[in-house]
Write a protein that binds this ligand. Structure first.
Ligand code: ATP
Ligand code: MG
Length: 269
């Protein structure tokens, strides 16, 4: 089994959109996939899966990953099958966090490795069930929990947008965090890039120059550290209106096509 984390320095860069669509597409390619919402502070997977008719799971039927992590519920109970063959989901629960501050602090602060141990237990179970991919949608930034997710992952997809404010942060996360992880492979994914065609229609020379400088800045940040990280894929900016599983609901669609290409690369890594 491959454990693949989707992580970023900043929030709101596209981790959830990309990880959900990737996980579903891998399942459509016949891989047995488990997708975990590990953004414990701001879980959002439920809005994708309950808003789609294909996943008509009742919200009350879920045992959340949060419960498993604090010692209630087994891995078996938190892994939900879906109507899509090979696709399983694990959701996190925002209510627990809202209602119980004790649980919140247990989950977001240093816990002497207890959460890490639960994650390893979960991965052992997934291995025993012959999952081929475990996709983890992480919390952004460097937090105890995002570090736990990164430690248990074989591959880390670093999602970044070509904006200057993310470039410096990216360098920091690479040097402070990624470079300390042994036996982990890193790949950068650029998201929300403007293509030359897009840029041709709008901007002035200044915008164009900033966009090009930002792209160069990211490329050199990825190469400038002890780790050399290649850009595995670049997703263009598409006007999205909702949180959707494009690969299920929109085929053909340019974004669906890009996810399919990305998944082919992921499978062949
Ligand atoms: N390639 C893209 N083109 C257009 N919009 C995008 C693209 N990727 C992501 N978005 C939009 O950006 C917003 C943030 O995406 P998403 O929620 O996936 O980010 P995130 O990294 O998971 O955020 P958080 O760190 O808060 O969990 C969403 O509205 C999403 O639809
Ligand atoms: Mg998210």
């Amino acid at each position: 089994m491959q454990t693949v984390a989707f992580h970023s320095y900043r929030g709101g860069v596209g981790k959830t959109l990309l990880s959900v669509n990737t996980a579903v597409q891998l399942a459509k390619f016949g891989k047995k996939v488990c997708l975990v919402d590990f953004d414990l502070r701001a879980p959002s997977l439920q809005s994708y899966i309950t808003s789609e008719s294909v996943f008509s799971l009742d919200q009350n039927d879920f045992v959340s990953f949060t419960e498993f992590l604090i010692g209630k519920g087994s891995p078996e109970e938190v892994i939900n099958p879906t109507k899509l063959e090979n696709f399983y989901v694990v959701v996190s629960d925002i209510e627990i966090l809202q209602n119980k501050s004790q649980t919140r602090s247990k989950l977001t602060q240093h816990g002497e490795g207890r959460i890490l141990a639960k994650l390893f237990e979960f991965i052992r179970y997934c291995n025993s069930q012959e999952f081929e991919f475990l996709i983890i949608d992480c919390m952004p930034g460097v937090t105890y929990r995002s570090l736990d997710a990164l430690v248990v992952s074989d591959k880390i997809m670093i999602i970044t947008r070509p904006v200057k404010s993310e470039i410096t942060g990216l360098g920091l996360v690479i040097s402070e965090c990624y470079s300390k992880l042994d036996d982990t492979k890193f790949y950068a994914i650029m998201n929300q890039i403007e293509t030359i065609q897009d840029l041709k229609n709008q901007p002035n020379q200044m915008d164009l120059k900033i966009a090009q400088d930002n792209l160069k800045g990211i490329a050199s940040t990825l190469k400038n550290n002890n780790l050399e990280i290649d850009i595995l894929h670049s997703f263009r900016r598409v006007p999205f209106v909702t949180e959707r599983i494009y690969v299920l609901l929109e085929d053909p669609h340019p974004f669906t096509k890009e996810i399919q290409e990305f998944c082919q690369k992921l499978i062949s890594l």
